[in-house]
Design a protein around this ligand. Sequence first.
Ligand code: SF4
Length: 359
Amino acid sequence: MAELKRFRNPKTTQDIVQKIQEIATKAGQVRICHVCGTHEWTITHFGLRSLLPSNIEVIAGPGCPVCIVPVAEIDQAIELAREGKVITCFGDVLRVPGSQATLIETKATGADVRVVYAVSDAIEMAKKEPKKEFVFSAVGFETTAPITATEALGELPPNFSFLVSHRLIPPAMEMLLGVEDLQIEGFIAPGHVSAIIGLKPYELFTKVYQMPTVVAGFEPNDVLMAIYMILKQHHTNDARLENEYARVVKPEGNKKALKAIHRAFTVTTGHWRGIGTLDNSALQLRNNLAQYDARKKYHLKLTQSKDAPSDCQCHQIIVGKIKPHQCPLFLKTCTPAKPVGACMVSSEGTCRVWAKNVT
Ligand code: SF4
């Protein structure tokens, strides 16, 4: 609690904001990008953008792991549900649009789709109902991949498998640097992903792209401090990798979690909703775990289809090119109660964060 108070202390906030304002007078227009739904929540919920000088902009990149699950992978889950398999998933996956329907709409037609709070709940269900085939939709970045990995390496019942949609954050950050007209001048790297992967994967950004990169925690003062640290680097023209979240993130990451990921998965090319295909950005269960890979077990074909309805601007939101209110559907036909695009579905989606906190 004392720790929390320290990172929400208004006096500290004022001090950091003053430092940001001072250094910003010496900077031109600076655009900083974060890639984390929780960072967007902190920034939006606490109104941090309103504390920044007008020449300092913070944009949200692809930070929501649910938002970027491609249509084709939602379609695969729906296909399995329609065939009679029990699909288990976290609640926010239920309403992610596939090409024709969502999982919750499929459930309404009689399919057995169940929300679980942990993978272990789904495994327990499979053990209790051995005559049914259970599939868990494993969605998430490096933060949740170790849980899937640990379960996959453990004792699983034969009627259980994973539909893996795990993605890796550093390749998405690198992709952002190639987006036309985006002109990012610094990265705020995600705290909980970094707690797993450590600092090394970000060295690319400072060493190859000379991009100031600061790993940040999730309290308002964490984020403001990260912005200040980036501006200082920008001012001295000295791109470095810094760790504002040292109370949680170790330079080497979480070795146990990384070992589990390495033992369970290989890294492969992945499709991202709103982005397209990125090399070395997805995880796939290793061949020795193929019996738990739903795609192999049920011989699923991956047919990439169009990401979203024509007016939906999720592809622009996901790469930080526009803000939610610039989408013509925002809070008109697309609302948290009835999302049209994936960015309005999850509590980590940028449009949903804005819908709940800005309006
Ligand atoms: Fe997509 Fe809805 Fe956001 Fe528009 S408001 S970009 S349709 S999620």
